[in-house]
Every structure is written in C-alpha cells, then in structure tokens.
Design a protein around this ligand. Structure first.
Ligand code: SF4
Length: 467
C-alpha cells in the first residue's frame, strides 16, 4: 500500500469508465406527449444518458402512451410488450441483474387502465400527474431507492432540439369540457394553466438557446387563464419577447377566441396557421358531442382568419360515424371540408371510449360505415389540400430548415414555411447564388416554383436571390 503525505494513495482506477446509461423513448399521440418526451429526453441527456432508438438495447425504455382511440390503446400495449420483451430477453440471456433494463410506462393509457397496471421490479407505471418526475423516479429505481414524486405537471425542462427543430412550450394541461366522445378529461384531469411568468421564462430560455420556431401546446389552450391573462394575452406577451423567432399554436378549440387573438395574426412573428378542431359540420351532431360552438360560429372564425390572411392555413380534426350521424349530416361535413379548403384534415372514425357519454347514445353506426366515411373524407381532403397548396406557387415563403440531406452533387433542404406547409429546396454549390448552403434551424427566403406528387404534396422551391 503506497502512502502520500502519510495518507494511503488510492490505486489508480484502471477499470474502463462505465458506459453512459442508454435510454430509448417511444411516443404516441398528441403534440403535448411529443413535447413531454422531448423535455424528458433533454433531462436524461443533460444527466449523461445516451439516447438510443427504441429498437436497440437500452438500460431504460420509456413508453409515452396514448388512449384517445381503441387503436391508440392497441399501439400502446404493443409498445409496452415490445419494451418488456427486450428487458426479459436481457434477463434470459443472463445479463447481470443491474443491467436488465427498466421499462417506464407513462401517458394517458396508464390513467385509463390504472387498475390493470402496476409497477414491478422491471416496469415503472407512472401516471400523467407524475410524468414530469420520471428522471428522479428512474434514478431512484436504479439506485434501489423509492421516492414520492413532487412538483407540478409543468415541471419539465425546456426541450433542447433533440428530436425536433421547433421547440414546444407547454402552457396548459387538462380539460373541463367533457365532450361526449372524449376520454381526455378523465386521463389528463381538470384544466390547469401554467403561470404566465413561467411561460415567458421558458420562451426566453428557448430563444436564447437558439430556437427559431416556438409551438405553444396544451390540451385546451383557448381556456387558458392566469389571473386576468387569457390565451390572447399570453400569446401577446410571448410575441413581445425579443428575438428572431416565429410562433405557432399547436391545436385549439374554436370557442373563446376573442378579437385580440384575431389581431395577433398581423404580428410578423405569428405563423398564419391554426389547427382548429371542428369535429363535424352538422349542428345537431355538434350538440350531441357537447361541443362549445355551433358550426356557423366555426365558419365565421375561419372566414375572419381568411379575410385577414387569404392563404391562412386552417387544419382540423373530423370525427365521422358519431352515433346517430345520418348520410345528410355526413354530407354537411364533406361540403364544409371542400368549402373551407382545409390545409389538412385529421380524420377519425368514431371510437367508443369507456366512461364517455357517447358510448350510451343510441344510433350506433356500423364500423364498416365509419371506415367508409373516413375514407371518403380522407380522399376529399387530399384533393382539397393540393388545391390549397397550389395557391403558394409563385409566392415567397420563409423556410425554417429542419433537415439537410446529401443527394449526389447537391443538398436537399427540407422544412416548413410560415404557413406550416412542407417545402423542399435543392441547393447546388455550382449554381447557387450563395456560396454557403443554409444550415439546419436557419430561416431562408425561398421562391415557390411548383408542387410535388402524392397525398402530402411538398412545395418545390428555389432559394430567393435575396437569401
Ligand atoms: S375540448 Fe373536448 S375534445 Fe378537446 S380535450 Fe376537451 S373534452 Fe376532449
């Protein structure tokens, strides 16, 4: 034993440094789930974990689940089974017990199947209210400790651009509307708004960190309230933050949108896009769904937005085959999809959710009819989407570069313009008017020259000479 100043010197630790623990995420569902995964991934990465794809060996598998439809339930179970199989295979292969791996199941599937799910030595079941504490829960578990989660549903770090170029900012959670088809209030809880000061702090941190596009996200943001600050007041304050960024709203209910909110679309940072959930164009069906607006009110909001910005990108959600929906009522929805020229339509065949009121309603529509109606809306909305996107040919867009791909002797830049329409630009060093190709997370002005093929046609563009 060697001594130094009388103190035994520690033999140099010649063992190879323990490799960074590996973590994999699988995420289903809404923008809020995507945000929460991005934020959790940032937390683990900052703590030295290595992010790996979910089909690779990992020490921790996080499944951020969804329960909004039966199909989402099936997918959540499949992801859980796959992750658990990976862990048990490691076990069976005789991997040392401390490296067997851990599965963390969180998200809305947990809250809708509480009684059927419980944690064990290899699976941590974490409900939405504790999702923000997953890093602490995993660290405790890996060190054989048990902790009681603390903190609020907003205690997530600002996501670094691990998975997405744009940065999502959570401003609200939960919902009190109880639409008759919807399970979300049962799994995300009562509506709660994040304090405005916290939102502005997160926005500043993101902008200082280089974020160029911010997306406000929540469950029912139009109901945002912090003292006398309503959603429009919050958006106004975000737009007032210094920095070269643009702001987009992820998804919104069409009620509660005041005139101030409409005026905000004149602000240069505000993206002229809104995902405004219509669900149906039939007044009788909207009543049966217990939606908080009539379709004529919805149409009035859409027309106000288009009067202000003719190429405003309005996207929406549509449910078909809701109990009692007649052919005529379905026809009303089809006509509205055409007339309002939605930039994109998420179409859902009605899906029974246990615990919701619609499950007990008469007039059940056969699955076959629901599927046929959904296919009809999808086909029409693809035609309408192409018609809408052709409006941009000959215009200039401000592209935020999200991906730069090498393609033989040129680069292909991909991203979205301010209207949230996908754009593709080819950059050839030999012909480009600018010596340096644009980089990821950079704004570039582009000239829209054409439109691609397929059901999600991408705008084809060239770099503007002003770039
Ligand atoms: S507004 Fe309706 S559809 Fe949206 S989350 Fe709330 S209950 Fe569900």
């Amino acid at each position: 034993m060697a001594f130094d100043n009388g103190l035994p010197t520690k033999k140099p630790d010649t063992r190879p440094p323990s490799p960074a623990p590996r973590i994999a995420f699988s995420t289903l569902g809404c923008k809020l789930n995507l945000y929460e995964t991005d934020a959790l991934a940032t937390r683990f990465q900052d703590a030295g974990y290595e992010l790996v794809p979910s089909d690779e060996p990992a020490d921790v598998y996080v499944v951020n689940s969804c329960t909004v439809t039966n199909r989402a339930d099936r997918k959540s179970r499949n992801l859980l089974n796959r992750a658990e199989r990976r862990v048990s295979n490691a076990y069976a292969a005789g991997t040392p017990s401390d490296q067997h791996g851990l599965v963390v199941l969180t998200g809305c599937y947990v809250d809708s199947h509480k009684d059927a799910l419980e944690s064990d030595s290899h699976t941590l079941v974490v409900p939405n209210e504790h999702k923000h504490a997953i890093f602490d829960l995993v660290e405790a578990h890996r060190h054989g400790e048990v902790i009681v989660p603390t903190g609020s549903v907003f205690d997530f770090p600002v996501p670094s651009r691990v998975f997405h170029t744009r940065t999502m900012i959570k401003v609200q959670d939960g919902c009190d509307n109880y639409c008759t088809f919807c399970i979300i209030p049962f799994v995300r809880g009562r509506a709660i708004s994040r304090p405005t000061v916290e939102v502005i702090e997160a926005v500043r941190e993101a902008v200082d960190g280089g974020a160029r596009e911010l997306v406000l996200t929540g469950v029912n943001m139009s109901r945002y309230r912090d003292g006398n600050v309503r959603f429009s007041g919050l958006v106004q304050r975000v737009l007032d933050v210094d920095g070269d960024f643009r702001l987009r709203i992820s998804s919104l209910e069409p009620d509660q949108l005041d005139d101030l909110f409409m005026d905000l679309f004149d602000h240069p940072k505000m993206s002229p896009h809104l995902h405004l959930c219509a669900q149906s164009a039939s007044e009788r069906i909207l009543l049966a769904m217990r939606r908080q607006y009539t379709f004529s009110e919805y149409r009035a909001v859409a027309e106000k937005l288009r009067a202000r910005k003719p190429n405003f990108n309005l996207t929406t959600d549509i449910i078909v085959g809701f109990p009692g929906e007649t052919d005529e009522e379905f026809g009303e929805t089809l006509r509205a999809v055409d007339e309002l020229e939605f930039g994109h339509v998420h179409t859902f065949p009605y899906s029974e959710r246990d615990g919701t009121r619609a499950v007990r309603m008469p007039g059940r529509i056969p699955e076959r009819i629901r599927t046929e109606r959904a296919a009809e809306v999808r086909e029409l909305s693809t035609t309408v989407k192409k018609r809408y996107r052709r409006r941009f040919i000959g215009t200039t867009q401000r592209l935020l570069v999200e991906r730069v791909e090498e393609n033989e002797d040129r680069l292909v830049l991909r991203g979205f313009g301010e209207h949230y329409v996908p754009i593709r630009v080819e950059y050839s060093p030999t012909t480009a008017s600018v010596p340096r190709p644009p980089a990821q997370n950079e704004f570039v002005d582009v000239q829209i020259a054409g439109i691609g093929d397929g059901t999600d046609p991408v705008l084809q563009a060239q770099l503007s000479s002003s770039h």
